[in-house]
Design a protein around this ligand. Structure first.
Ligand code: PLP
Length: 509
């Protein structure tokens, strides 16, 4: 046996051979040697091991050491006892034999789930702190002092209890605060009991998929539309149907309700992402009525509806009629900051009770101090004041962006802007939006390609989605001038623009 597993190192020997550390116990060494010999195929399945007495004598250890080693190996399944003694167990045939070269020198291919392949590589690595990033709020204007105070107060009042598990659907204080705010600011018909706190809007979308669909169901999504919704549908193994968008928002064909009946419909009615269209009231009512008839659920993503810039605020679709089949999804990523990772879904009153049991199993709560601090932040009026300040700031920045676009992209069509923190610019067909975005990124600017939001890209989805939330007004004109110069250069007509590019320093980050 000693030829197969090698001699053990006894404590005295280690010092003689100059080893720095003491060897493992004889018992541990014996277990490891036997395990390696079994896994390496030097002790094949079924082979009979020597009796404890014989092995003890051969290895120079006590019989008890061998007995304990055999017992341990039997307990984890390497060996088993029969009438003749202790034998090696039949382990998986794929176990590698260390005396044979492996057939394949490279690591085996990872078997991904089929849905992983459905994610198209449309997102380039980009720095979200760069000017013109869509969806990033003015982080340097966030009232950190007030937020720190809210966090500290929550710690004073809620610790140590709040270190434990909380309600899976979120802190009741936050659910109530959100419900009160939504009733007043967005016309949502809800109570705190209908609000489920999630890890941002993304988890809310995933939750809608899990609660209301089965694999293979059809989900409609605006096209161009929010990639997060498509990702959630992919993860739920849904069949996604792109629905075109026009100036009145999502434009569903009436026959599609029969030919491709949806289980879920994703829409961003207050400010369609990314074209900025506002879903007309007629279409809202039609969607609600049809969804009711077909047993479908509408997901209303109200991601930036708090920042309305023109006319009267447009109330939510959820609040248009009582008990509408609408799952109202919201997020604090824009109104507070994205790293907070707090969002929510408002479930219809009629089903909030039915889903409670499933939600207790599906969710774990968490981030309790942040949730309690947010409830305090909303309740104290800080949130409302911050929204008011940001609304004014974003209006000013949007105007600066509009002025710059009028100056440098005079002939291009500008879409959206009734709400939020981005405008969308249509580009002429010859100017590839993805190439322009790649060049802009190299210049330290981060607009997104409109076509990267489309499942069926065409000439109408060639454009730029330009964020102004994180870019000071005075930096917008130089940034748009840079974009225009890049565009002209790509268009091949830009001898003058090329000169301007050379002279222009990179955008400071
Ligand atoms: C259309 C849309 N919905 C929702 C969100 C917010 O997602 P989350 O709350 O997961 O950050 C975003 C953020 O960019 C968005 O663009």
């Amino acid at each position: 046996m000693i030829e197969i597993i090698g001699p053990l190192v006894h404590a005295g020997e280690a010092t003689r051979i100059g080893a720095d550390t003491q060897p493992a116990s004889l018992q541990k060494q014996l277990i490891e040697r036997l395990q390696q010999a079994i896994l390496g195929g030097r002790l094949p399945p079924g082979s009979l091991l020597p009796s404890s007495r014989l092995l003890a004598a051969e290895m120079g250890v006590s019989r008890n050491t061998v007995v304990i080693a055999y017992e341990h190996l039997a307990a984890v399944g390497y060996v088993f006892a029969d009438q003749k003694g202790t034998r090696v167990s039949p382990l998986s045939s794929s176990t590698s034999r260390d005396d044979e070269p492996t057939a394949c020198a490279t690591a085996p291919e990872v078997a991904y789930a089929a849905r992983v392949g459905q994610f198209a590589a449309t997102r380039t690595h980009a720095d979200n702190t760069f000017p013109l990033t869509p969806g990033t709020p003015a982080l340097d204007r966030f009232p950190l002092t007030a937020w720190r105070r809210a966090l500290e107060r929550s710690m004073e009042h809620a610790l140590p209890v709040a270190l434990g598990y909380g309600e899976p659907t979120g802190e009741p204080a936050l659910r109530d605060a959100i419900a009160a705010h939504l009733r007043m600011a967005r016309g949502v018909r809800c109570e705190g009991a209908q609000v489920v706190i999630t890890e941002g809007a993304q988890e809310a979308l995933n939750l809608c998929v899990r609660l209301f669909t089965n694999p293979g169901d059809i989900a409609w999504v605006e096209d161009p539309g929010y990639r997060g919704a498509k990702a959630a549908f992919n993860l739920g193994d849904l069949r996604t149907l792109p629905v075109p968008v026009d100036a009145e928002g999502m434009a569903a064909r009436s026959d599609a309700w029969l030919t491709q009946p949806p289980k879920l419909i994703y829409t961003s009615p207050a400010h369609q992402y990314p074209t900025g269209a506002v879903l007309s009231v007629a279409r809202r009512l039609a969607l609600i009525a049809q969804a009711r008839r077909s047993g479908a659920w509408l997901i209303e993503d109200d991601y930036d509806g708090e920042f309305r810039h023109t006319g009267e605020p447009i109330a939510s679709m959820q609040g248009l009629v009582d008990d509408a089949p609408v799952l109202y999804v919201g997020s604090f990523s824009k109104t507070m900051f994205p790293a907070l990772r707090i969002g929510f879904v408002v479930l219809p009153r009629a089903i909030a009770g039915h889903t409670a049991v499933a939600l207790q199993e599906m969710l774990r709560g968490g981030h309790r101090l942040e949730q309690l601090a947010l409830a305090r932040f909303i309740g104290s009026g800080e949130f409302g004041r911050h929204l008011g300040r940001m609304r004014r700031l974003y209006r000013e920045r949007q105007q600066a962006l509009r002025d710059a676009l009028a100056q440098y992209f005079a002939r291009a069509q500008v879409l959206g802007g009734d709400c939020g923190m981005h405008l969308t610019l249509r580009l002429p067909p010859g100017l590839n939006d993805r190439s322009l975005v790649a060049r802009a990124l190299a210049e330290g600017l981060n607009p997104r390609a409109l076509s990267s939001f489309a499942l069926q890209p065409d000439a109408s989805t060639n454009g730029l989605v330009i964020g102004y939330g994180n870019t000071p007004a005075e930096r917008l004109a130089p940034a748009i001038q840079t974009l225009a110069a890049l565009a002209r250069e790509m268009d091949g007509k830009g001898a003058q623009a090329k000169g301007a590019l050379k002279a222009r320093p990179k955008q400071p980050h």
